[in-house]
Design a protein around this ligand. Structure first.
Ligand code: NAD
Length: 339
């Protein structure tokens, strides 16, 4: 089968990971072009990836490059217009999350996807492709835990990166928009229902800089879903031990816990500190398989003309829920979520 030729837009922290996967790890894909507004990243594309067809202008890449598809891994505020431009130029689209940073933008992306039913659109909610999360979903579908009625999700960034988070905090949209989108998506996915009520709060005990810009270093939200099930999301920026992403799904007949210890690997170290399991250091390490597998799935969908299970509407919904959570956090009390 003919390889899918992909142009990547964005070669920052995550873009580099996707680009390396497309260039070296995905048999049915070929990375033929790259675009970034940072010249040094285009040098990376040439020198490390062997991609010589590089652009600083996204529209120019769409017009000139020999590509069937684009992978959009740019700054979140750029996603929606780039999705629409690529689809209108006849390219299949992989976009990383979030879909957009406003509901209006998300609706614009929805309209573009609806204009082009002949093209594949995929949104990078990659945790669904992580082997452990995918395995948990298989077990749920097989009825192992009965009816899932509660999801408890934890997502805490390593404190080693907190200075970057402090710098970004004034423009991040707040901790729920910045950090909770994956947990919100998982909650909807596992519970099979959308939240209709939310209560949210936060706390800051280590880094007052977050409070000073109207945010918090820890955020907690509780959701009631349309089918009566419950979601509990805890996000934070100060895990001293590493990167902590953990999810518990409680059902009528049992419970599944994914990554209760955010362990780096199966090695246990016995030394003067005791018996120690090291933790993963960040998202590129924890979700390396998921990033590769979601891109493989996208390429497969393009080749087979199959519609991905994750849709543009999932992107809008999770963004709406993150905004509602932020509103509930600011106002206090329980907020009804309107879609
Ligand atoms: N799925 C995940 O787990 C995950 C993890 C990290 C980041 N992300 C998402 O990936 C995206 C990128 O995040 P990052 O941390 O790599 O950011 P980053 O700041 O490191 O990189 C951003 C990249 O976008 C490029 N860019 C910005 N505007 C552009 C434009 N108009 N045209 C072309 N290129 C442009 C920059 O040149 C840079 O290469 C964000 O939307 C972020 O939310 C997802």
């Amino acid at each position: 089968m003919k390889k899918v030729k992909v142009g990547i837009a964005g070669l920052g922290r995550l873009g580099k990971e996707h680009a390396k996967n497309l260039a070296f790890k995905i048999a049915n894909a070929e990375l033929t072009a790259a675009c970034s507004i940072v010249p040094a990243e285009l040098e990376f594309a040439k020198n490390e990836l062997g991609v010589t067809d590089v652009y600083t202008d996204y529209n120019e890449m769409l017009a000139k490059a020999d590509i069937d598809a684009v992978a959009i891994v740019t700054t979140s505020s750029q996603h929606c217009w780039q999705i629409a431009a690529a689809l209108d130029a006849g390219k299949h689209v992989f976009s990383d999350k979030p879909l957009g940073v406003t509901i209006e933008e998300c609706k614009m992306a929805e309209a573009a996807v609806e204009r082009h039913p002949e093209l594949t659109f995929f949104l990078g909610f990659m945790r669904r492709f992580d082997p452990s999360y995918a395995y948990a979903m298989e077990k749920i579908k097989a009825g192992l835990i009965g009816k899932p009625y509660m999801v408890k999700a934890t997502g805490i960034d390593p404190e080693a990166l907190v200075q970057g988070a402090i710098k970004f905090a004034p423009t991040s949209g707040g901790i729920f928009i910045d950090m909770a989108i994956h947990d919100i998506d998982l909650m909807r996915w596992f519970l099979g229902s959308d939240p209709v009520e939310v209560y949210a709060t936060g706390a800051t005990f280590k880094h007052p800089e977050f409070k000073e810009c109207g945010d918090d270093e820890t955020g907690v939200a509780m959701y009631k879903c349309a089918n009566g099930s419950i979601g509990f999301v805890h996000v934070g920026r100060t895990a001293p031990y590493g990167y902590h992403v953990e999810t518990e799904v409680v059902g009528t007949e049992g419970t599944l816990r994914i990554s209760p210890v955010p362990e780096k690997n199966l090695c246990m170290i016995y030394d003067k500190n005791g018996a120690v399991k090291e933790c993963v250091s960040g998202f590129p390490e924890r979700f390396a398989d998921a990033y590769r597998l979601e891109m493989e799935y996208f390429i497969d969908c393009v080749q087979k003309g199959v519609k991905p299970e994750v849709t543009v509407y999932d992107g809008t919904k999770s963004t709406q829920i993150a905004f509602a959570t932020t509103e509930a956090y600011k106002k206090g009390g329980i907020l009804k979520i309107e879609y």
